[in-house]
Design a protein around this ligand. Structure first.
Ligand code: PLP
Length: 373
C-alpha cells in the first residue's frame, strides 16, 4: 500500500514522458474499435483537426505508431536520397541521433559543431549553406533535450533554408505544444513531435506535419520506405480516414482527449503557462545558487530545465532522495553531461504548484546532502 500510495503522489518531472491528466488516462481504457470502421474514421478526423490546430498548419499531420525517433526516421527517410547532403547543426545528444538517421538512409550529414550549452545562430547556418552546394535538407533540433537549449533563431533559419532551396526539417519533439512554433508561418516542411512531452499523453505516437513541397517531390520519386511512406499515410487518410497499418487505438483515444484539452486551453495560454513555469524554475534555481546550463538567457528552454549540479553532490543520491522523500522524479544529464547536469521536464500539465513542489523537493534534498546554496 505504501508504495502504491507513493506512486500516486509521484510527479514525473523528467523531460518526457510527462505527467498525464486522469481525463487522458481514462481515454486509454475505452473498448477497442475496428480501425477500419466508421467510429475510427470519425476519431481520426477529430485528431487531424486537433493536430492542425496544434501545429498551426493547413497541411496534413500524420500520427505514426512509434516513438519520436521513428518520427524523425519518417522525416528523413522521405526526404533523404542516397548521397544527399544534409546540414545538421550539432549541439547535443539528439542532434547526433539525427546524423545517424541520415547515414542510415545513405545521406551525408554535414555537421556544424556548436559548443554544448549554446544553439546554432542564423549566421552559422547561412555560412554553411553558402559553402556547400546543393544541400537537400537542413535539420534542426528546436529544443535540445540533452542540454536544455532552445534555438532562438529558428524562424530565420527556416527562412534561409527555404531561400536556399533546401527542405527544412524540425525535431520539435521536446517543445511543440509548449513553445511557439507556427509551422506554416515559419515554412517548416516536416515538423516532428511526440505524444509524451508537451502534449501530455502517454508515449507511443509520433506526429509529423508534411508540407506541400515535400509531397510534390515525393510524387516524382520511388518510395524509400514502406512503414514510413508519407504518400501512403496521406492516401489512406484522404480516401478512407484510416492509417495504412494498424494504429495504436488506445493511444489515438488518449491523443484525441489531450488535443481537446489543448484546444480548450488555447495555444497562447498554453505557451504563456510553459514560459511562466520555466521562468519560475530558473528563478528558483538561481536563488539556490544553482546555475542553469545554457550559456545565455535566450538559449534557455521553456520546456526542459537543465542546470549544473553542485560539484559536491552525488547525482544518484540526489535523484533517489527526491523520489523517496518527496515523490519527485527528475533526470540526470545525457552522454558526456550525465553526471554534471540534472534536467527537469517542465511540460504538458505543468503548473506553478508543480514547480513549487519540485523546487522545494530539490532544496530539501540538497540540504539533506549538506548543500547550503
Ligand atoms: C529532441 C529529441 N529528439 C528525439 C528524441 C527521441 O524520442 P524517442 O525517445 O521518443 O524516440 C527525444 C527524446 O527525448 C528528444 O527529446
Amino acid at each position: 500500500v505504501d508504495s502504491e500510495a507513493r506512486a500516486l503522489r509521484t510527479l514525473l518531472m523528467i523531460p518526457g514522458p510527462t505527467n498525464v491528466s486522469p481525463r487522458v488516462m481514462k481515454a486509454l481504457v475505452k473498448p477497442l474499435i475496428n480501425h477500419r470502421g466508421p467510429t475510427f474514421h470519425k476519431l481520426y478526423e477529430e485528431i487531424e483537426t486537433g493536430l492542425q490546430y496544434l501545429f498551426q498548419t493547413k497541411n496534413p499531420v500524420i500520427p505514426l505508431t512509434c516513438s519520436g525517433t521513428g518520427g524523425m526516421e519518417f522525416a528523413i527517410s522521405n526526404v533523404v536520397r542516397p548521397g544527399d547532403k544534409v546540414l545538421v547543426p550539432s549541439f547535443g545528444f539528439f542532434c547526433e541521433r539525427v546524423c545517424k538517421a541520415v547515414e542510415a538512409y545513405g545521406g551525408k550529414p554535414i555537421r556544424v559543431e556548436v559548443p554544448l550549452g549554446e544553439a546554432p545562430r542564423l549566421s552559422l547556418v547561412e555560412e554553411a549553406l553558402e559553402k556547400e552546394a546543393s544541400v537537400r535538407a537542413v535539420v534542426i533540433v528546436c529544443n535540445e533535450t540533452s542540454t536544455g537549449v532552445r534555438v532562438p533563431d529558428l524562424k530565420d533559419i527556416a527562412k534561409a533554408t527555404r531561400e536556399h532551396g533546401s527542405f527544412f526539417i524540425a525535431d520539435a519533439i521536446s517543445n511543440l505544444g509548449g513553445d511557439p512554433l507556427p509551422v506554416d508561418e515559419w515554412g517548416i516542411d516536416l515538423c516532428v513531435t511526440v505524444t509524451q512531452k508537451c502534449i501530455a499523453a502517454p508515449p507511443g505516437l509520433a506526429l509529423v506535419s508534411v508540407g506541400e513541397r515535400v509531397l510534390e517531390a515525393l510524387k516524382k520519386e520511388a518510395p524509400r520506405t514502406l512503414y514510413f511512406s508519407a504518400l501512403e499515410y496521406l492516401r489512406y487518410f484522404q480516401e478512407r480516414r484510416e492509417t495504412p497499418y494498424t494504429p495504436s487505438i488506445p493511444l489515438f483515444f488518449a491523443l484525441n482527449e489531450a488535443l481537446k484539452g489543448i484546444m480548450e486551453e488555447g495555444l497562447e495560454a498554453r505557451f504563456r503557462r510553459h514560459r511562466e513555469c520555466a521562468l519560475a524554475f530558473y528563478e528558483g534555481l538561481e536563488k539556490m545558487g544553482i546555475k542553469p546550463f545554457p550559456k545565455t538567457e535566450d538559449f534557455r528552454s521553456n520546456t526542459v530545465i537543465a542546470a549544473r549540479k553542485p560539484e559536491s553532490i552525488d547525482m544518484a543520491k540526489l535523484r533517489s532522495l527526491m523520489e523517496t522523500n518527496y515523490g519527485i522524479v527528475i533526470a540526470s544529464g545525457l552522454g558526456q553531461l550525465r553526471d554534471s547536469i540534472f534536467r527537469i521536464g517542465s511540460m504538458g500539465i505543468v503548473s506553478k504548484t508543480i514547480v513549487r513542489r519540485t523546487l522545494e523537493a530539490l532544496k530539501g534534498s540538497l540540504a539533506s546532502l549538506g548543500y547550503g546554496g
